[in-house]
Design a binder for this molecule. Structure first.
Ligand code: BGC
Length: 738
C-alpha cells in the first residue's frame, strides 16, 4: 500500500496527535455554526483549525437543505458542459471557490463528474456528459478553478454512479475496459488537475460498495494514479469499518445518524439561529418518510452514527486495521489543510474571516449569465431566430414567472437574485403578452421525497387555472409565440419518462397550430423527447440556466449573443437508448448490468446505425462557418495537433465549437471499438468575415483503447480524424498512421 509522503509540518503534527485526536479528524461531526454540509472538528491544542465542506456543484449551498444561505446560482453542470469551454469551467470553479471562502468553507463537494449513462437519471443536470473526454475537460476546469482559490475540489461520485433508482444498494456490474474507457477518465483528469479530495459513490461496483472498494480506491485511485488527497464518503454511505478503512476511505461523512442530520437548525444571514429554517426538522420527518431508502438502504452503519469513531478505534485495537492506515488518513486530510493555507497562522484559535472571499459580485453574476448563454443550444432554427425588436412577442408557458434555477437535492442553491423568463423578456423586449396555458410544473426537491416542516404540501397556486384557450388566443395575436417548457428533476429519484411532464406537449401543439411562428425554449436536466419538433420553427435547449435564466434566454433569443452551446448528450426517443432492458437499467436483483459496455450515448447510436433526434455535439449558430482542409502535425505517440482553417461567412459575429473525432482502425478479430470518439475540441469567437486557423491538441489517449493485459494500447493502423460541427456533421477529414 502506498502511503503519502507528508511534509515536515504534517508529519510532525501527525506524531503529536493522540490516537483519540486522530480518530476525531477522520470522521465528520455537527457544525456548531450550522453552515457546512460536512464538518471536521479542529484540534485546538495543536492549532489545527476546523475544516468545512460544502455542497456543490453549481454554487455554494451553505446553511441547510432547502433555503440555505444565498450564493450565486450557476447553471446546471450539463449547461456548463454544453459550452465545450474548459476555461469557462475554470472561471466558474474559481468563482465558487471565492464564494465558498466568503461563507467560511474550505472544500466544495463538486464537480459531479459521473458519466451520463442513463438519460432518465435524476442528477444528470449535476453531471457533464455522456462522453468521457468532454466530462474530463470540463471537470478538470472546475477543479483547477477551485484549487487555484485554495479551496479543495471534490470530484464525485466515484464511480459508476449512473442512476438514482436504488442508488444506495444497486451494484453497477461493469467490466474493466468499460470502467477504464468510460467511467474512470473524468476522475483521473480531476486528480491530474489537482483535486485535493474525491467523494465515493453510494452504489456498489461489481458487488462491492464504493467505500470499501480496495481495488478502485486504494489500488487505482491512490496507488496507480498517485492521488495524495483524501477520499471522503458520500453522506451516510459507509457500511463497514474494516472494509472502508482498508479499502482506502480517509474521511467518513457526516459522522452522525440520518436522524441527527435532519434535525439541524441553521443560522440565517445575520448569524442568528431563529428556529424558523425551512428545512427545520426539529419535529423530525414524519414516520412514514423513508429516509433510509434514500441515504442508507437500511444498512446499519449510518443508523449507529457511522463506522469510524469508536468502531475504528476497536478495529485498530484488534489489529483489523493498522495504526499506519489511520496515520495515512490523517496525513492526507492535514496535507490538504496545509495546501490551502489553513495550517498557517494560529490555526484553531484564528477567526475564520481571515480567508478572503467574494460573494455575489457583479463579476460572478456576469459569469453565471455568460455560462448560461454560452451553454444554450439552438437545436433547430427555421429562420425565426434571432427575434427582431419589431416582433410582437407572446410569452407562453406554465412556469414563465419563475427562473429555473436548478434541480432538487443537495445541489440546490438559493440565489440572491433570479430573473424569470417574464422579467428577462420584458426587460429586453418591452411590451410582451403573457399566458400560462397549463398548470404549473412544480419543481422537485428533497421535500417532495421526505416532506417535513410546514411547507410539506409545496406551494399552493391560488390564481385562476390557466387554460390552453387563453394561450392560443394570446399566441394568435402575436408575431411570434415563445413557449417555455420544462421537466422537473431531483437527486434521489430518476425521471419516469423523457416526455415533458404535465400538459405541456398539448400546449405546444395548440400554440404551434395557432401562432404565426413558434419558438420553444426547453429547460431540462438532460435529453427530452420533442415529438412536436416538426411543427415549430425553432427549439432552444436552455437546460437549468441558474439565477440568470430570463436575462440569458432573452439575450440568446434576440441574438445579443450567439447561442454557442453544443449537445453534451444525444437526444433520441427513450426506447432507442441502450438501457431499455431492465437488466441494464434500473437492474434486476439490485444489479444493473452495463452490458452495453462502451456503447453509451453516441457510441451506441453510431454503432447501431440509428439516427438520433439530435446528435451529440449538435447546435446551430446565428453565424455560418466554413471549414477548410484539416492538417495534422504528427507529433509523437502521445500528442497530436491538428490545424483547420475556419471562416465565419455570415454578416454577424459568432462562436463555433470545432470538434475532432477519431475513427480507430477496424481490428481483425480484435476487440470492438466505437465507430468514433471525441478526441478534442475548441470554442472560437469569429467576427463577421473573419478567418482563423484553429489549432487543437488531441487528448492524451485519444487513439488508445484499454487492454486488460497491456493497459492503454495504440494499435497499429490508420486513424481517421473527422473535424466538424457535431458527431454527425463532419466537414473535413484526414488520416494518421500509427
Ligand atoms: C449527495 C452528495 C452530496 C452529499 C452532501 C449526498 O446525498 O449524493 O452529492 O454532496 O449528499 O449533501
Amino acid at each position: 500500500m502506498a502511503t503519502t509522503d507528508p511534509t515536515d509540518q504534517v508529519a510532525t503534527l501527525c506524531e503529536q496527535l493522540t490516537r483519540e485526536e486522530k480518530l476525531r479528524l477522520v470522521q465528520g461531526a455537527p457544525d456548531p455554526e450550522g453552515t457546512a454540509t460536512g464538518y471536521v472538528p479542529g484540534i485546538e491544542r495543536l492549532e489545527i483549525p476546523p475544516f468545512r465542506l460544502v455542497d456543490g456543484p453549481m454554487g455554494v449551498r451553505a446553511g441547510g437543505f432547502e433555503e440555505g444561505l444565498s450564493a450565486t446560482a450557476f447553471p446546471a453542470s450539463i449547461a456548463l458542459a454544453a459550452t465545450f469551454d474548459p476555461d469557462l469551467a475554470r472561471r466558474q470553479g474559481a468563482a465558487m471557490g471565492r464564494e465558498a471562502k466568503a461563507r467560511g468553507q474550505d472544500a466544495v463537494l463538486g464537480p459531479g463528474v459521473n458519466l451520463i449513462r442513463v438519460p432518465h437519471c435524476g442528477r444528470n443536470f449535476e453531471y457533464f456528459s455522456e462522453d468521457p473526454a468532454l466530462a474530463s475537460a470540463l471537470g478538470a476546469g472546475v477543479v483547477e478553478g477551485l484549487q487555484d482559490e485554495d479551496v479543495v475540489a471534490t470530484p464525485k461520485h466515484y464511480v459508476a454512479n449512473s442512476q438514482e433508482t436504488d442508488r444506495v444498494t444497486v451494484s453497477a456490474e461493469v467490466d474493466e475496459r468499460t470502467l477504464r474507457e468510460l467511467y474512470l477518465p473524468a476522475f483521473r483528469a480531476a486528480v491530474e488537475a489537482g483535486a485535493g479530495s474525491v467523494m465515493t459513490a453510494y452504489n456498489r461496483i461489481n458487488g462491492t460498495y464504493a467505500n470499501d472498494h480496495r481495488y478502485l480506491v486504494q489500488e487505482v485511485l491512490k496507488d496507480e494514479w498517485g492521488f495524495d488527497g483524501y477520499v471522503v464518503s458520500d453522506w451516510f454511505a459507509t457500511k463497514d469499518t474494516v472494509g472502508a478503512a482498508t479499502g482506502g476511505l480517509d474521511l467518513e461523512m457526516p459522522g452522525g445518524s440520518v436522524a441527527d442530520a435532519f434535525s439541524f437548525d441553521a443560522p440565517d444571514d445575520d448569524g442568528e439561529e431563529d428556529g424558523d429554517h425551512s428545512a427545520d426538522a426539529s419535529a423530525g420527518p414524519p414516520e412514514d418518510v423513508d429516509l433510509e431508502s434514500i441515504f442508507t438502504g437500511g444498512m446499519p452503519g449510518p443508523e449507529q452514527g457511522g463506522v469510524f469513531g469508536d468502531s475504528l478505534a476497536e478495529a485498530i485495537e484488534s489489529g483489523d486495521v493498522s495504526p499506519e492506515r489511520l496515520d495515512d488518513m490523517v496525513v492526507r486530510i492535514l496535507g490538504q489543510l496545509e495546501r490551502i493555507g489553513l495550517l498557517e497562522g494560529e490555526g484553531a484559535t484564528t477567526e475564520r474571516d481571515d480567508r478572503e472571499g467574494e460573494l455575489d459580485t457583479p463579476e460572478h453574476r456576469d459569469l453565471a449569465e455568460q455560462v448560461a448563454t454560452r451553454g444554450t443550444v439552438l437545436l433547430k432554427n427555421d429562420g425565426v431566430l434571432p427575434l427582431s425588436d419589431d416582433d410582437r412577442v407572446a410569452l407562453i408557458g406554465p412556469n414563465v414567472d419563475e427562473a429555473t434555477v436548478g434541480g432538487g437535492g443537495s445541489s440546490a442553491v438559493t440565489p440572491f437574485r433570479e430573473v424569470s423568463p417574464v422579467e428577462g423578456l420584458r426587460d429586453r423586449a418591452g411590451e410582451i403578452s403573457v399566458a400560462r396555458g397549463v398548470p404549473e410544473i412544480e419543481s422537485m426537491s428533497f421535500e417532495d421525497l421526505f416532506p417535513f416542516g410546514d411547507d410539506a404540501d409545496g406551494d399552493q397556486d391560488d390564481g385562476p387555472e390557466p387554460t390552453v384557450e387563453e394561450a392560443v388566443s394570446t399566441a394568435a395575436e402575436a408575431d411570434v409565440a415563445v413557449v417555455f417548457v420544462r421537466d422537473a428533476t431531483t437527486e434521489a429519484r430518476d425521471r419516469e419518462s423523457l416526455r415533458l411532464p404535465g400538459e405541456q406537449e398539448a400546449l405546444v401543439d395548440a400554440v404551434a397550430d395557432a401562432a404565426d411562428r413558434t419558438v420553444v425554449v426547453v429547460n431540462s436536466s438532460g435529453p427530452v423527447e420533442l415529438p412536436w419538433r416538426e411543427d415549430v420553427d425553432a427549439i432552444v435547449e436552455a437546460w437549468y440556466p441558474g439565477q440568470a435564466d430570463g436575462d440569458a434566454t432573452a439575450a440568446v433569443l434576440y441574438g445579443d449573443v450567439d447561442p454557442a452551446g453544443r449537445l453534451p448528450v444525444t437526444f433520441a426517443p427513450e426506447d432507442e437508448y441502450p438501457i431499455t432492458d431492465e437488466r441494464r437499467y434500473p437492474g434486476v436483483d439490485d444489479e444493473a448490468h452495463y452490458e452495453e459496455g462502451l456503447f453509451v450515448g453516441y457510441r451506441h447510436f453510431d454503432d447501431a446505425g440509428v439516427e438520433p433526434t439530435y446528435p451529440f455535439g449538435h447546435g446551430d449558430s446565428y453565424a455560418e462557418f466554413e471549414y477548410g482542409d484539416v492538417e495534422v502535425e504528427d507529433g509523437d505517440d502521445t500528442e497530436t495537433t491538428i490545424r483547420v482553417p475556419l471562416e465565419n461567412v455570415a454578416d454577424r459575429s459568432g462562436r463555433e465549437v470545432v470538434q475532432v473525432y477519431v475513427r480507430p482502425p477496424k481490428l481483425k478479430d480484435g476487440p470492438e471499438r466505437p465507430v468514433r470518439e471525441l478526441a478534442g475540441f475548441a470554442a472560437v469567437d469569429l467576427e463577421a468575415g473573419e478567418t482563423r486557423t484553429v489549432e487543437i491538441t488531441l487528448a492524451d489517449r485519444a487513439l488508445a483503447r484499454y487492454d486488460e493485459d497491456d493497459g492503454w494500447t495504440v494499435d497499429p493502423g490508420e486513424y481517421v480524424l473527422e473535424v466538424g460541427r457535431s458527431s454527425r456533421d463532419v466537414r473535413s477529414t484526414t488520416a494518421l498512421e500509427r
